[in-house]
Design a protein around this ligand. Structure first.
Ligand code: ATP
Ligand code: MG
Length: 139
């Protein structure tokens, strides 16, 4: 089934000028970038986005990181896009990520791990709505 998922190219990757290289891996995997914008996340946006992790010990560090430099927010379209993009990203910890995945190729640590991808179709819809309106998505 054709789905939309939400992706973020995180500050560690934009800082190292890796946006194009990450996008090449996404496109080579058969996912289409149907919306994309480079933004500086506010603290309020980052806190809302990662609200599910607000009780975790790394929450403050995570919000500091996500607001430390620009990010690229994206909507990706494709067959089974939510699960497919999770595969393409690789494990949260790059040391455990499979060869060829974005995190294996580019991530620096479990915190600074280059990309975000939605973990369910329901979350994808909520996350897309936080950053894009329907008009922004051109399939
Ligand atoms: P994301 O939600 O960003 O796609 P994920 O679903 O693979 O990543 P989560 O468990 O949802 O992983 O964690 C969200 C983010 O919080 C991670 O991507 C990472 O940036 C950060 N994070 C997770 N665990 C740790 C940790 N132990 N120490 C520091 N940061 C962490
Ligand atoms: Mg997650």
């Amino acid at each position: 089934m054709t789905e939309h998922t939400f992706s973020i190219i995180k500050p560690d990757a934009t800082r190292r000028n890796l946006t194009g290289k990450v996008n090449a891996v996404i496109e080579d995997a058969g996912l289409r970038i149907v919306a994309q914008r480079r933004i500086k996340m506010s603290r309020a946006q980052a806190e809302k986005f990662y609200e599910v992790h607000s009780e975790r010990p790394f929450f403050g560090e995570l919000v500091d990181f996500m607001t430390s430099a620009p990010v690229v927010v994206q909507v990706l379209e494709g067959d089974n896009a939510v699960a497919r993009y999770r595969e393409v990203m690789g494990a949260t910890n790059p040391a455990q990520a499979a060869d060829g995945t974005i995190r294996k190729l580019f991530a620096e640590s479990v915190g600074e791990n280059s990309v975000h991808g939605s973990d369910s179709l329901e979350n994808a819809q909520l996350e897309i709505a936080q950053f894009f309106s329907a008009d922004d998505i051109v399939g």
